[in-house]
Design a protein around this ligand. Structure first.
Ligand SMILES: [Zn+2]
Length: 387
């Protein structure tokens, strides 16, 4: 071996895995024993680390989770290597999924230093880079929802054409959010939605004139640095923390309280949220599920069948599955089921998209979703034709 690989884990880095234990098994072979997620002893943190000194050396990393009956699979999703959170090398597991022990082989990448993470990772630093680009657009406003338990900013992106003659209160308000910090592919989907919305495509220009789109692409910015797939620093599942009775600082974990306060404030204000899109992943292609249809259905916009038709027209069958509608909204503690019940608005759970494909597929799926929203929620919420 020209240079022994040097695995480096120096928090606070963009990616980490709380409690991980590393052992060297050979010149370029390592074992990484994963610790349990806060609050969930049977669920491992994601295998995430920073690798240095392996530019010319293929590396093998064995990941182990020692819980006798794991409930979260360490190898459920592909992992990837990236030097910069823009270029990614997907890394499939060498063994079949078994939740206990699996191996990744990282070929010599030529990268002196790179990050290894679950899915196409998208930490707070990647969001910062995207925001620096988005905020040059005159229709973008960036502000803070607040800060996370570990003190990281929770950024909110608001997009609308402030020069449009449509009054703000007459504009549709679509809200996009990602709750689970391990689901990077879902954040790349949101990035694709925003990139399309800020493009010069006529449908995007028109949507900015008659709608407000707000996005919180990373509700739990502490997650990626700690390898938390679903939880925050309090060990709370970030999609089991909506409070049906209303936001309460003493009853809710901080990020949930901040986000619910935001929804609540908007609900009672001049620009209430009409549609809430909760971005998640599971294996397979993107799987859209409507949790509930708001009062605009069958009035200012068509019915569910018309929305399903818009998905067929503007979505690709190889990227997005046919739209489903739920008889009953999801659990009241989820951000799809809870807001549906409390505010009566349209909520959607966008699942799937957890497979590798290539990075652009996830961005393109996002672009298609935004096109569907533009096509279906036509005109304005006030019912007037777009001007
Ligand atoms: Zn999720």
């Amino acid at each position: 071996m020209p240079h022994p690989a040097d695995l480096d884990l120096r928090p606070p880095g963009p990616l980490g895995s709380e409690g991980i234990r590393l052992e060297r098994l050979g010149p370029a072979r390592f074992r990484a024993t994963l610790a349990a997620a806060r609050g969930f002893p049977a669920v491992p943190n994601a295998l995430q680390l920073r690798v240095r000194g392996a530019a010319d050396t293929p590396l093998e990393i064995e990941a182990v989770f020692e819980h006798p009956e794991p409930r979260g699979q360490l190898d459920e999703y592909f992992h990837s290597a990236t030097p910069n959170f823009a270029t990614f090398l997907p890394l499939p597991w060498l063994e079949p999924i078994n939740a206990r022990r699996n191996r990744l082989l990282i070929p010599a990448t030529g990268w002196d230093e790179f990050h290894l993470g679950m899915q196409f990772t998208y930490p707070a630093e990647a969001l910062d880079a995207h925001i620096a680009r988005w905020e040059r657009h005159p229709h973008v406003r960036i502000n803070l929802l607040g800060s996370s338990i570990e003190g990281r900013p929770i950024r909110r992106i608001t997009i609308t054409d402030t020069d449009s003659p449509v009054p703000l209160g007459a504009r549709w308000h679509h809200y996009l959010a990602n709750q689970h910090p391990g689901e990077g592919n879902a954040r790349w989907r949101i990035a694709g939605m925003i990139d399309w919305l800020l493009s010069d495509e006529p449908a995007a220009v028109d949507l900015r004139r008659r709608a407000i789109v707000t996005a919180v692409p990373l509700l739990c910015p502490d997650g990626p640095a700690n390898g938390w797939r679903r939880v925050n620093a309090d060990g709370i599942d970030m999609n089991r923390c909506f409070r049906l009775e209303g936001p309460d600082e003493r009853e809710q974990t901080r990020e949930a309280f901040l986000f619910q306060t935001e929804l609540e404030t908007l609900h009672h204000g001049p620009t209430p949220v009409d549609t809430l899109w909760c971005m998640h992943t599971w294996p397979g292609i993107v799987e859209p599920i409507m949790d509930g249809l708001g009062p605009e259905f069958g009035r200012q916009v068509g019915d569910f069948e018309a929305l399903a038709a818009a998905f067929r027209e503007h979505g690709s069958p190889e990227r997005i599955k046919p739209l489903r509608n739920r008889e009953q909204p999801g659990m009241p503690t989820t951000w799809n089921g809870g807001p549906r019940r409390r505010y009566g608005i349209t909520t959607a759970l966008i699942e799937g998209g957890g497979d590798p494909a290539v990075l652009d597929e996830h961005r393109l799926a996002g672009a298609e979703l935004m096109r569907i929203i533009a096509a279906f929620w036509r005109g304005t919420r006030a019912g007037s034709p777009p001007s």
